[in-house]
Design a protein around this ligand. Structure first.
Ligand code: SF4
Length: 254
């Protein structure tokens, strides 16, 4: 049984509250394949959590947080998009996909990191591999860090429209780096963005680095990928496309 919620965890702007149970979920889907990053192409299920502490102007999941039309032509309705689900229900829906890899994404999943721990404890007892995608602004708490197999940390650049103070946390990036199970993925729109990535990578000693072109349609994705590929290789970084755009043209729920 689920209930619709309008004010998830965004009020805290932080890491959620350990006393509240259940997860504020936007959607759960699978089986599908991970479209991007170090696990691109791998069979998996997605748990997309609601709420985000940033407001990137090119966000590809504005339906998880954009209730005023910042990143969308029309505002999304939190009453339709956010659902408070019990941990057992989330686990049941993951089990129903029949896969052994789960991508926890958002929005910003670490807005709810205390709430996530009971779910990840359940999944770890069932030998499910868990990857968490995060914008890298919240330091992961120890119980969560222990249960996650891989963090894909995606610090945002200035073209997101978010201020540097909001989008870059040196303390959080250091925590992810020191875990030794984090990949750092940057969304770029042009070769010039790579200079900004240079600065963040050097200042925070980040590696491995992945570069992903921004693009929610095939033409934009391929154009941006081609524009940065040579410079990414020259830097000895990793390059990823977005398989779900190529396969399903950014349709939701696949
Ligand atoms: S951090 Fe991610 S989910 Fe949040 S606004 Fe930016 S792109 Fe969207």
């Amino acid at each position: 049984m689920s209930e619709t919620v309008c004010d998830p965890v965004s009020g805290s702007g932080g890491a959620g509250h350990p006393d509240r149970s259940g997860l504020v979920v936007n959607e759960i889907f699978g089986p599908t394949v991970q479209g991007e990053g170090p696990s691109a192409g791998r069979i998996c299920a997605f748990v997309r959590l609601g709420g985000c502490n940033l407001s990137c102007r090119w966000c590809d999941t504005p339906y998880t947080w954009d209730w005023t039309g910042i990143a969308s032509p029309v505002p999304h309705d939190p009453a339709e998009e956010l659902h408070l689900l019990a941990v057992e229900e989330v686990a049941d829906r993951i089990r129903a996909t029949g896969v052994d890899r789960v991508i926890v994404s958002g929005g910003e999943p670490l807005n709810q990191q205390h709430r996530l721990v009971p779910l990840l404890e359940l999944l770890s007892s069932e030998a499910v591999t868990v990857e968490v995608e995060t914008n890298g602004t919240h330091e992961p708490v120890a119980p969560l860090a222990r249960l996650v197999d891989r963090f894909v940390v995606s610090p945002k650049l200035s073209h997101s429209g978010d201020s540097e103070r909001r989008r870059i946390s040196a303390a959080a990036l250091r925590s992810f780096r020191e875990l030794g199970k984090s990949d750092f993925k940057f969304v770029v729109t042009s070769p010039e963005d790579l200079s900004e990535v240079d600065g963040i990578v050097a200042a925070n000693s980040l590696r491995p680095v992945w570069i992903m072109p921004e693009g929610r349609d095939v033409d934009t994705l391929v154009r941006n990928l081609s524009a940065v590929a040579d410079e990414v290789v020259r830097r000895r970084w990793n390059l990823t496309g977005r398989l779900h755009i190529l396969a399903w043209n950014d349709a939701r729920g696949v």
